[in-house]
Design a binder for this molecule. Sequence first.
Ligand SMILES: [Zn+2]
Length: 174
Amino acid sequence: MDKPMFLFCSRCGGSKLTARTYRLFECESCRFEHYINPLVAVAAIIADSAGQILLIRRARNPGQGKVSLPGGMVDPGETAEQALRREVMEEVNLQVDRLDYLASFPNQYPYQGVVYPALDLFYTGSVETFAPARAMEEVQSLMMAAPAALDFSNIAFSSVEQALRLYAARVYGR
Ligand SMILES: [Zn+2]
């Protein structure tokens, strides 16, 4: 990141922002320091009893039409687990029973012309039943796939691909 994410100072409206480091921009008018921190997102790998995992096809950009996992942004004040239970309910109408932390991977989230750095936290989750599952907010359709049969060419985010590869390697012991 060699130029500021934003064109104007969010405190005084000044238009001269100078990069001090790759993640710090200073306003020349009021000296306000803008730190660029990653936003936090969460996603769940939820397997059925046959070992197939729940995938979503995204209805919106970034990654519209591409495949991802249920999940989303952590709101201020939420725990990662609260955010993930909320997002899974909002997106696929499922109540998550148990969540176990898997791994985190950095990501980039382009939105309205700004590329936000993100940190994606991945969990494995379980549900009592998949019966209520349906495509809801921001989701075009749902599918179940065996980790060995995943098409990595159509995954929406590199972080999701990394998490799925890690999960598949663990499931198949390699
Ligand atoms: Zn300023």
